[in-house]
Design a protein around this ligand. Structure first.
Ligand SMILES: [Ca+2]
Ligand SMILES: [Ca+2]
Length: 260
């Protein structure tokens, strides 16, 4: 065989081999592509169906399961529901604002609120020598309203005896677990109701729904400056419509000490 023949034969075999290799590669990639296309689909279907191929049974809460909370505090509040920090008044002092938030309710619902009048911790005064007054009102769209059935206790009172010239105050340590559902408030007094005229709420109050709710505080609207309110809302036959539970850890939102 001449060198030329060998070269041509080698070239022909090479070309045939190359075409064969390309066909193999092409058919592999087509098959692989089909696999890729069908793969995730099958996977998703599998996830959705769960064991046994039936419905997963997961029921998630929707906005229709939520209620709206309207809260107005003179001057500030933080609210725990069932031991969880749920709302904090974003404005410490003034202007007086309404806080409206969506809540996913679960009953029995334990509500615990710390409310503060604007008062210097050392004197109980504001604006130098002025004695300010407090006030708190709440309404949820499930019908929950603040009233004299709530418990209330003061942890900071002053200036004692209205003495603005030589102001003295009384602080009582706030228990670490004041917001927990199982905290024992059985010895606390009931809240006292105040008229709208007495508390004199500012404009935002009138734009929100507080119908049937009452302004509450302790029995001293002027001198009691840090007040904790607690109540328990029961709905006898209530069961959650949903069966999903949170997996996330929100414990970073819990600490309250030093926040005010
Ligand atoms: Ca005060
Ligand atoms: Ca005030």
């Amino acid at each position: 065989m001449s060198k030329t023949f060998l070269f041509v034969r080698a070239g022909r075999f090479g070309a045939i081999f190359l075409i064969f290799a390309m066909l193999v590669a092409l058919s592999y990639s087509v098959l692989n592509g089909q696999e890729n296309k069908s793969g995730p689909g099958k996977g998703e279907k599998g996830k959705g169906k769960g064991k046994g191929g039936g419905p997963s049974g997961l029921i998630k809460p929707t906005m229709a399961d939520t209620i709206q909370a309207n809260i107005y505090a003179d001057n500030w509040f933080m609210m725990y529901i069932n031991g969880k920090l749920t709302a904090v008044d974003p404005i410490d002092f003034i202007p007086h604002n309404v806080v409206s938030v969506d809540i996913l309710p679960e009953y029995p619902m334990h509500i615990a609120i710390m409310a503060k009048d604007n008062a210097d911790p050392k004197t109980g005064l504001e604006y130098g020598n002025h004695i300010g007054d407090g006030g708190f009102i709440l309404k949820f769209s499930d019908g929950t309203v603040s009233n004299m059935k709530w418990k209330a206790k003061s942890f900071f009172t002053g200036p004692l005896n209205h003495d603005v010239n030589n102001p003295k105050v009384k602080h009582e340590p706030i228990p670490d677990n004041w917001f927990e559902p199982n905290y024992d408030d059985s010895k606390w007094e009931n809240a006292m109701e105040y008229t709208q005229e007495r508390v004199n709420p500012k404009e935002p109050f009138f734009k929100a729904d507080f119908k049937n709710a009452r302004f509450i505080w302790t029995n001293d609207l002027d001198l009691d400056n840090t007040v904790i309110f607690r109540t328990k809302i029961e709905k006898a036959d209530w069961k959650p419509r949903w069966n999903t539970k949170p997996n996330l850890d929100v414990s970073g939102a819990i600490p309250w000490k030093g926040s005010k």
